[in-house]
Design a protein around this ligand. Sequence first.
Ligand SMILES: [Zn+2]
Length: 337
Amino acid sequence: MTSEKREILYNLEKEYVEQLIKGGDTSSVLGELNTITSKICVDFQEKAVNSIHVLIKLSSEIYFDSSFLKSATLIETSSLTDFVTEQDFLQAKEFVSDLLRVDLENVGFLFLPKQVENNTEGFCVSCCDEKHHVFIQNDQFGVVSKDLLVHELGHAADFTISRSIDNDNLLVKHSSISEAVAYYCQYKYLLEFSEKHRRIGAFGAFLLTYLSICILRYCLANDSPLNEIIPEIAVNDEHFLNIVNSYGHEGRDFVVGKIHMLKEQHKELGSLVYNEISPRFGMVLALKLLDKTVEEIVEIIQINSIDNDLAQIVEKILSPTNNGFGSVQNHFEDFFD
Ligand SMILES: [Zn+2]
């Protein structure tokens, strides 16, 4: 039986998708969506804080050397861009549908004439059990490509599989796990259809996250809040050495600029971890999903609730080998080759 809250949520989602399609004002429906989400998960704040602690611990294991980082900084983003069509969307849909054995027939698609969300080139809006909608838009820094369509359809598949069981706890999820599922689909596509430089290019999205992880380490080591660090001084610290070197002789100025930008976007470390590191951590988790069976992935999707401890879900993803994230650079290198 559908709960009252789920019904309200679904109606609001329908309205949100409609507004996006017709280019209307979405602010009031977004406000209402936030309200219903906080009613579905009453202690969201507390659970989010717990996830932040888990992510701080997990991301502390991640290291990349400068030559590895350099291979990603050298990729020209223009070489990653595709002109995407409705036909590409249908092909991507078939790919994800076969991969996760899920019916995506009712998932819609629109290339937005103007940008409606910041800092992203694509997003998937959940809608009811299976009428999700993928939106693509041009973004100044983003790359529109066929594998992006696959990624967004991975989100649609995640929603459909999660909503196929009537459990309201699954309506509010860990973004790192949802992203892991979407990146899993994208990686599978890149392995099957793309050349090496596209896979390295996909990793490019992690560079800013890796800088965020280094900022996090620097703040923790110096016992400093994010808003008090001085980028021009911090950049000389050993925590930033590999990143600075990977960008060549302009590296120092470039990294200083990016630290300023991240400080602007995030008033405190918690926000940096929750909004920047958490979703992109899915890129690392997705590597660990590559060898899993469909059944195992579906099982992970169906425990992805913010009510379940993130550390335990990650443990399940890492099993049976459970060798952590220490060798994540090797893992990415294997994926590139
Ligand atoms: Zn995503």
